[in-house]
Design a binder for this molecule. Structure first.
Ligand code: ACO
Length: 434
């Protein structure tokens, strides 16, 4: 096959037969154009081949834009730097779901809607008790979020816009409660009910760290840092977990089941599990004198070790979220009066890696996970909760992307094809002849 690029289309020619097909080129608001290959199979009898989807756009979307070469991330046109500095998580949720920043009354109304749904069905407490106390909280999250569909039947009909809206609000509102309960269960403390007079971030800290016998007030610095962490993780276009949510949802599955699928995908160390892995790696490195040896291991093709928190499928520049996270990290540690040697170690590791041609030539820069673990540790979260916090914050992105897909009249069930390399048709061999 050869492809020729005309102005508004690409002509694909099968060199064996000489047949040609014109494939239209579609232009987005910004970013690379895409070749529309929807008719390729019916016209040419060929599929495209792109394992890992490195060159494949799976949908159109108006939610998030990333320019990986320039290190740009925008939600609905607003830069992540502006949102992190000038907005709050509730506003970002509204923006992702509705396309515009809310005015004052829209924001109050939205906050009320979310607040109204923060409690969990009381029966769900017993559901937690089925897990071992030492379960990984992400395992609990996958189970409990999936189980929401067994508790909230009145918001699982995806064809009803009102039910879709209620399911979206329920997911965003209940996720902090579910996450905090997962933590409380793991340490054997009683579940703490949500407090609706608190902000989203403050309420989450309250449910996580307070105990019934003492008053707990989170410092404004902590609340602000938590809120900013939520903003930085809110959405990131068609990454593995979001694509998982879209694929699960494309079959018409209910939103709670789809988000549980997204959580399962996020758990992997190549995705959301990396922040946990970064901290383990820094602890393993231990001292800056050991950095060169670990850098050598990361470069060695025969060693499975990778520099966790480094590299990204899309960013071939500094991840803009990592810059904000790094700044936040310094602020939080200063506010809390913590001198964490792991921060020094992380900064030194970053410096050494970025001076090494292996990393610069492959365009491997720190990603969002590189510094987030250090802030979360300073805030007293155990390592096993790091990916849970990511899932909590990403829920709004998953929900917005799921809703966009369901509301697109052209959406179809996602069904990729394959290049089959297995055995061709053969005679069945009876047991006594094998
Ligand atoms: N350390 C050492 N080498 C690396 C790293 C790393 N962290 N990341 C990529 N490379 C190398 C690969 O070995 C490969 O080398 P090669 O071309 O010689 O074979 C090259 O860089 C390209 O890497 P790929 O794995 O092909 O890139 P891909 O886009 O598939 O992977 C990923 C991106 C998974 C994020 C990868 O960089 C990685 O594993 N990073 C560490 C885990 C991590 O931090 N994940 C968090 C991502 S952000 C998020 O999900 C929120």
């Amino acid at each position: 096959m050869t492809a020729t690029n005309n102005k508004n289309s690409v002509t694909v020619t099968d060199n064996r037969t000489g047949h040609s097909w014109d494939m239209p080129i579609l232009q987005g608001t910004c970013g690379p154009n895409v070749i529309d290959i929807r008719k390729l199979y019916s016209e040419s009898g060929c599929f495209t081949y792109d394992p890992g989807f490195t060159s494949t756009g799976s949908c159109d979307s108006s939610i998030t834009y990333i320019d990986g070469d320039e290190g740009i991330l925008r939600h609905r046109g607003y830069s992540i730097e502006d949102l992190a500095a000038k907005s709050d998580f509730m506003e970002v949720c509204y923006l992702l779901l509705n396309g515009e920043l809310p005015n004052q009354s829209e924001k109050s109304e939205f906050k009320n809607q979310i607040t109204y749904h923060t409690m969990l069905h009381e029966q769900m407490q017993y559901f937690y008790r089925g897990f071992r106390r030492d379960s990984h909280p992400m395992a609990v999250m996958v189970g409990v979020v999936g189980a929401l569909s067994a508790f909230y039947h009145d918001s699982t009909d995806i064809r009803d816009p009102h039910q879709r809206l209620i399911a979206s609000h329920r997911l965003i509102a209940k996720m902090p409660t579910i996450a905090a309960y997962a933590y409380k269960y793991s340490i054997g403390q009683p579940f703490v009910y949500p407090q609706n007079n608190l902000s989203y971030a403050a309420n989450f800290l309250h449910m996580t760290f307070s105990v019934p016998c003492e008053e707990y007030v989170a410092s404004p610095a902590l609340v602000r840092a938590m809120d900013r962490i939520f903003i930085l993780h809110a959405d990131h276009e068609q990454n593995a977990s979001t694509s998982t949510v879209r694929i699960a949802g494309s079959s018409g599955a209910n939103p709670f089941a789809c988000i549980a699928a997204g959580i399962a995908s996020l758990w992997g160390p190549a995705h959301g599990g990396a922040n946990e892995a970064v901290l383990r790696m820094l602890q393993q490195i231990g001292h800056k004198d050991n950095i060169p040896a670990f850098i050598e291991r990361a470069k060695d093709k025969n060693d499975p070790f990778r520099l966790m928190g480094f590299g990204h499928r899309v960013y071939k520049n500094y991840d803009p979220r990592a810059s904000v996270m790094r700044e936040s990290c310094h602020e939080v540690l200063t506010e809390l009066g913590i001198n964490d040697p792991l921060l020094e170690l992380a900064m030194e590791l970053e410096r050494v890696a970025l001076e090494d041609p292996y990393f610069t030539e492959k365009k491997l820069f720190p990603n969002v996970d590189f510094y987030s673990g250090i802030i979360l540790r300073a805030m007293n979260f155990p390592t096993s909760m790091f990916t849970v916090l990511f899932a909590l914050a990403r829920t709004v992105g998953w929900v917005a992307q799921w809703k966009e897909m369901i509301e697109d009249p052209n959406h179809k069930i996602s069904r990729p094809r394959q290049l089959y390399l297995g055995a061709d048709a053969r005679e069945f061999v009876p047991m006594d002849k094998r």
